[in-house]
Design a protein around this ligand. Structure first.
Ligand code: CLF
Ligand code: SF4
Length: 520
């Protein structure tokens, strides 16, 4: 089916005032603030006051394009795109597209009609679900009929849901007009290289116009098409995120060049993700022992690109049928059997009312942070440290240590608290009983942090954390994360200044390899 059959006229695509918006994006990207000040930083952490209104309206409830939004809003993916037109060495076709997902889990594939029903079912159950993404399990644009048919159905039945797309970019230039015609405001392109010699080490082949290309020729074709597609999208005012997989020894340093290249072509956000690779995934990199980066290596690369453009640090490398807030996976609640049996009542007004409440919460959270930050005014110290936080969302410290499936990591300085990443862990507490090995896994994952903030924690893990040099902090249970972190940091500095404690640097931490355990 071509785009005409879907009711999309080629070339009609723009929203009003795009030139102005592009100009504003271009001006905004020049900002090199490092973040953590009282105002939200440039980058995906940017808040309402930091972005032009038109852009803020596009990102404010998109959990991937706004770090701040990801505490409050959810996305869902529908796995309607099984085929792929390239091969990446970190991908095993048995699993989801590793560009926008992690290997090790397989999505249930859906028809566009099933996908549309699923979106309505999820939107009716989870009012904070604001974005529908198509991200695999192959490449959405290698399956254009299914992808656009799905967008067509959803844009008619659930017009308040933002449409989002993630692609390897090979077929992108052929579909830009259709994408724009559906008012898709957010497109992700995975760009791992701009040098075909490096590309040849990542991509064994690409398939284009009925022909298979290999080696440097394949990588050259891919990079040319990716950059062309990026330019075409940004010219139309579509916000583009670039995902890059950091592969130590192959493209790690090169990603700084990639960052510059995509910035100059108008990308809004750059998401450098760690390679997830282990032999059981059956990928080329897994089988050849290619390692992924450590937490410190990843952060150092993200930090070095941050002055150049907006960096995303809250990506969860989610699966092609993920549902929920970025740190959670509720896909098991919405299997095809369950959704087909559901009576769906799409309550647009109810969703709107819910989201208005969320906005009130966000305002309260920002005000609380500003108030606490004022108490740090005038403080001078070079100390910079990380803390881990157990949270279920809403920007609150509201998770029990033993129930946390991940910890959010904040960097604290006298400028404030800045979100810098997350650490996925196995559940420490299974059915209420502690398990020594799991606790060691948690400690390895947050080993670079000085403290872990939790709603509650048992005596045994508390002692083990203290032994490992990580302070368990439960005095701010159910309070706002940033406000609490700043208050704790102020007290920490006071203790260092009075000689009560000595500030020491922490070591590196491990990024967990393998699939998300979908534990209840
Ligand atoms: Fe999905 Fe991707 Fe859209 Fe987000 S995910 S298609 S932009 S709605 Fe988000 Fe998931 Fe990371 Fe992707 S956390 S893998 S960046
Ligand atoms: Fe796999 Fe995605 Fe790469 Fe295709 S683009 S080979 S599905 S990781």
């Amino acid at each position: 089916m071509d785009t005409q059959e879907l009711g999309v006229a080629s070339g009609e695509a723009s929203s009003p005032g795009l030139e102005g918006i592009m100009q504003q994006i271009a001006e905004h990207k020049g900002c090199g603030t490092s973040g953590g000040s009282g105002k939200a930083s440039c980058g995906s952490g940017a808040g309402e006051g930091d972005l032009p209104t038109e852009i803020w309206e596009k990102v404010k409830n998109h959990p991937c394009y706004s770090e701040e939004a990801h505490h409050h809003y959810a996305r869902m993916h529908v796995a309607v795109a099984p085929a792929c037109n390239i091969q990446c060495n970190y991908c095993n076709r048995k699993y989801d597209c590793a560009n926008e997902s992690r290997p090790g889990v397989v999505s249930e594939k859906l028809s566009p009609e099933q996908a549309a029903k699923k979106v309505l079912a999820v939107a009716s159950t989870i009012p904070q679900m604001t974005v529908l993404g198509i991200a695999g399990p192959g490449d959405p644009l290698a399956n254009p009929e299914k992808t656009f048919k799905t967008f067509d159905l959803i844009s008619r039945t659930a017009p308040d849901i933002k449409l989002c797309l993630s692609t390897n970019g090979l077929a992108l230039p052929d579909h830009v007009d259709t994408i724009a015609g559906f008012n898709v405001d957010h497109v992700t392109i995975t760009i791992n290289m701009i040098d075909p010699e490096i590309g040849a080490r990542i991509y064994p082949w690409v398939f284009w116009k009925h022909k298979r290309y290999t080696g440097v020729e394949a990588a050259k074709l891919l990079t040319d098409r990716q950059l062309q597609g990026l330019e075409m999208l940004t010219e139309r005012g579509i916000l583009c995120k670039v995902n890059s997989v950091m592969i130590p020894g192959i493209n790690d340093r090169h990603l700084i060049e990639v960052n510059k290249a995509v910035k100059s072509r108008g990308a809004f956000l750059h998401n450098i993700m760690p390679l997830i690779s282990s032999p059981e995934h059956g990928t080329v990199f897994g089988l050849t022992g290619q390692r992924g980066p450590s937490a410190q290596e990843l952060k150092a690369l993200q930090d070095s690109c941050e002055g150049e453009m907006n960096m995303m640090r809250h990506c969860r490398q989610c699966r092609a049928d993920a549902v929920g807030l970025l740190g959670e996976d509720r896909s098991a609640e919405f299997t095809t059997d369950k959704i087909m049996a559901m009576e769906v009542d799409y309550d647009l007004e109810g969703r709107k009312a819910y989201q208005e409440k969320v906005e009130e919460e966000r305002v309260a959270k920002v005000a609380a942070k500003q108030e606490e930050l004022a108490t740090l005014a005038g403080a001078s110290s070079d100390i910079q440290l990380l803390i881990a936080v157990a949270t279920k969302g809403s920007g609150l410290i509201n998770e029990h240590f033993g129930h946390a499936k991940e910890f959010q990591v904040y960097e604290l300085t006298t400028k404030g608290a800045k979100f810098v990443g997350h650490r996925r862990v196995d559940l420490y507490c299974q059915g209420g009983y502690g398990d020594e090995d799991s606790l060691e896994t948690v400690i390895r994952a947050i080993n670079d942090c000085h403290a872990v903030f939790v709603a509650k924690i048992g005596g045994c893990p508390k002692n083990d954390l203290l032994k490992a040099g990580i302070e368990p902090v439960d005095q701010y249970a159910h309070e706002f994360i940033e406000k609490s972190a700043i208050a704790w940091f102020k007290a920490y500095l006071d203790k260092v200044n009075s000689g009560e404690i000595e500030h020491v640097q922490r070591g590196d931490a491990e990024i967990r390899q393998g699939a998300l355990i979908n534990a209840a």
